[in-house]
Design a protein around this ligand. Structure first.
Ligand code: NAD
Length: 360
């Protein structure tokens, strides 16, 4: 297979984690007889320095002309004082919108080898954590009418949660499709006891579920879900959320697995083109030291192989290589503990790539 991947290295540790990931992708290409061509468009701080804007039009065009987009991370103190519309993070928001990406898919997995890193008690983690949060990305309160007005007690500010049936249907389908490839269970999150938008959300998700008779659908209030995630996260398979609830719950789900350097995410729309990235930022505090953990980005590449490139064997080989290397005790400093073998970012990438080449 020939495919083209737009690679946005980004800022801070971005170039380091992306380079380690490309080594792993090349190992996959070599073992399975594919050719991956890479383009390296700019976004974020690197784009601001070179073109004056965080998302040049050429970057959007390059991404639209690719089969998938792989991103390191953007941002850093150098650009923190710029106006909001010129900041690196604005580039990412605009890119998601330019590519029509309305679904954020974030797996949260507790690796057997790293069980001790979870802040939860062993009695809870012994049942494992393997869930996916599917978050609506382009609707809800972050995009509804907002402003200031005169209220009963003087000036007040307001934001509005609004969802159309169409927006709910398309994100629900993403969640059901993800669940079909996993445990076939979806927990839909809302606040239907209070919010009108949540009542439409619940009714619409229930209707979409009729198209997926194999899926077991349940509904849960968002406050209960926040509690259940720390009480017994093993009960969840796919968690479907409106934008703001998903923003909060996906960070909670990430936290309970213990390492920010291990979690990937994908942003998807109605075509096969997706954006794949680690959930963490550009970690300016460790940039340039070759100590970042590249595994979240390598796992994001595995999601890309599975979703946009539809290469299941290759995905499994890459995921297996990561587990094997962790199983052999190799750790970047963020997940290192006594008795393990401490390795750099680039070394971790090399070890996983070698394991892909040698693994059967
Ligand atoms: P961060 O995720 O960059 O870092 C938080 C902490 O986690 C730091 O101590 C960092 O060293 C550590 N860390 C993060 N990733 C790691 C990795 N792979 N390996 C080892 N340690 C890792 O969050 P922050 O410090 O709040 O943000 C830094 C910059 O990143 C800001 O400019 C922020 O706006 C930006 N940011 C970008 C994205 C993105 O590009 N999608 C997401 C979040 C934050």
């Amino acid at each position: 297979m020939n495919c083209k991947i737009a690679v946005i290295r980004g800022d801070g540790i971005g170039p380091e984690i992306v380079d380690a990931t490309i080594g792993c992708l090349e190992a996959v290409a070599h073992r399975f007889g594919h050719t991956f061509k890479y383009a390296f468009p700019l976004m974020g701080g690197a784009a601001i320095d070179s073109t004056g804007v965080p998302l040049p039009q050429e970057t959007i065009d390059e991404c639209l002309n690719s089969d998938a987009v792989l991103l390191g991370a953007v941002g850093g103190p150098k650009w923190d004082n710029l106006a909001t519309h010129l900041r690196p993070e604005k580039g990412l928001l605009n890119l998601r919108s330019a590519l029509g990406l309305y679904a954020n898919v974030r797996p949260a997995v507790l690796y057997e080898q790293l069980r001790g890193d979870s802040p939860l008690k062993p009695a809870i983690t012994k049942k494992g954590i393997n869930l996916v949060v599917v978050r609506e990305l382009t609707g809800g309160i972050y995009f509804g009418p907002r402003g200031y007005r005169a209220g009963k007690y003087g000036q007040e500010a307001y934001d509005t949660e609004a969802y159309s049936k169409k927006e709910i249907e398309r994100i629900a389908k993403v969640a059901f499709d993800v669940a079909m490839g996993r445990g076939k269970r979806v927990t839909s999150i809302d606040k239907a006891n209070v919010l009108e938008s949540s009542q439409l959300w619940r009714a619409t998700v229930t209707k979409v579920a009729e198209q997926y008779p194999e899926i077991e659908l349940s509904h849960m209030l968002v406050d209960n879900c926040a509690m259940q995630l720390v009480r017994d996260p093993s009960q969840f398979d796919v968690i479907l959320c409106p934008n703001m609830f998903g923003d909060i719950l996906s960070d909670e789900a990430a936290m309970i697995t213990g390492s920010i350097g291990l979690l990937p995410s994908s942003s998807l729309g109605s075509t096969k083109l997706g954006l794949y990235e680690p959930i963490h930022g550009s970690a300016p505090d460790i940039a340039g030291t070759d100590t970042a953990n590249p595994i979240a980005t390598i796992l994001a590449a595995a999601m890309m192989l599975s979703t946009s490139l539809e290469l299941p064997k290759e995905t499994a080989a890459l995921e297996k290589a990561i587990k094997t290397i962790l199983g052999k005790g190799y750790r970047t400093p963020d997940i290192y503990s006594t008795g393990n073998k401490k390795v750099s970012c680039s070394k971790m990438g090399e070890l996983i790539a070698l394991e892909v080449l040698n693994g059967k």
